[in-house]
Design a protein around this ligand. Structure first.
Ligand code: CDT
Length: 308
């Protein structure tokens, strides 16, 4: 048995005026709670340090850059790394990354129990649009503020398990889980900021959004025989509601822990990484059953092409 006690640290809303320091204080409180619950690893949401700023139209480069972190850790987040190290807890969280070359990514990092960064992931599937869209109920400008990630979907050995990350919209794409599944992933960690209503279809509300989120993560877990931990930033951010629904999913696709609120809330489950073995060696033994000679379109074609 390779048990990792995992905490999903759902975060309630972060208002536009809230500082990194105030947010990190909330993350520290969740981390202390996780330590009390015996957690080995804590998963925080996407863009955990600020409000979900891609909902705001901005044109000024310095206004945009104010939402980004030029280094990690930095003064605001160092207390988080220090406390995680003191507890011996590995952490992962999302933030807006500005590289020394001035590139912008929607990023998450993973540490080991000593607080050292062991992995970095940059969001590949950026939803939304890059120009102001008057037809939407609200904006979703990730394509404006971020470049698509350039690191692929690596997995890392951490806490005696194979771990990978993706971010929010990535969770809806089966290719993401399979890329990591083909590297033997046993734990996929992800954070999200998902508006409670579809900005282009008011009829798609909270119930449907929660369903699609869970459907995507449970399918990804089952079809790759991996644990999946999905953690929300939720609640009302300056009048913009985000859905909650943080879950821990086992390698059979069952939800084993689920958040009950839209606020700061820790969900915990003792996850046995060896529980992945059965699926990986039977129905989803890729080496025996995959037929790559029929999968060419997956990597050679982006959109739909109807037969002639
Ligand atoms: N943050 C993020 O990726 N949110 C998207 C919203 C999609 S609607 C533009 C998501 O897939 O949850």
């Amino acid at each position: 048995m390779r048990e990792i006690v995992i905490g999903g640290a759902q975060m309630g809303p972060i208002q536009k005026a809230e500082s990194r320091t105030e947010v990190v204080a909330r993350m520290l409180a969740l981390l202390d709670q996780a330590a009390g619950a015996g957690c080995d690893l804590v998963v925080y949401p996407e863009l955990a340090l600020t409000t979900f700023f891609p909902r705001y139209w901005m044109d000024d480069a310095s206004e945009i850059d104010a939402w980004f972190e030029a280094e990690m850790p930095n003064d605001a987040t160092r207390p988080l790394f220090d406390r995680a190290r003191a507890h011996g807890i590995a952490i992962t969280f999302g933030y807006a990354e500005k590289t020394p070359e001035g590139r912008h990514f929607n990023t998450s990092i993973l540490t080991d129990r000593a607080g050292a960064v062991v992995g970095k992931y940059r969001k590949v599937h950026l939803p939304g649009h890059s120009e102001y869209d008057p037809d939407r109920a609200f904006q979703h400008l990730e394509k404006r503020y971020f470049e698509p990630g350039d690191l692929g979907f690596p997995v890392w050995r951490n806490l005696d398990a194979w771990m990978g990350m993706c971010i929010c919209n990535d969770r809806r794409w089966p290719e993401v889980y399979r890329e990591m599944g083909l590297q033997g992933v046993e734990l996929v960690m992800l954070g999200y900021n998902t508006p409670s209503v579809n900005s282009q279809n008011g009829a798609e509300g909270l119930k449907e959004r929660l369903y699609h989120s869970e459907l995507s993560m449970t399918a990804g877990a089952y079809q790759n025989a991996t644990w999946v931990v999905g953690v929300a930033k939720a609640g009302d951010e300056d009048g913009h509601p985000l859905m909650a629904g943080s879950i821990i999913v086992d390698p059979n696709g069952y939800v084993v822990a689920r958040a009950q609120t839209e606020g700061d809330e820790l969900i915990v489950h003792a996850c046995d990484m060896d529980a992945c073995t059965f699926g990986k060696t039977t129905i989803f033994d890729f080496a025996r059953h995959r037929r790559i000679e029929h999968y060419g379109r997956i990597t050679s074609q982006t959109g739909v092409v109807l037969p002639e």
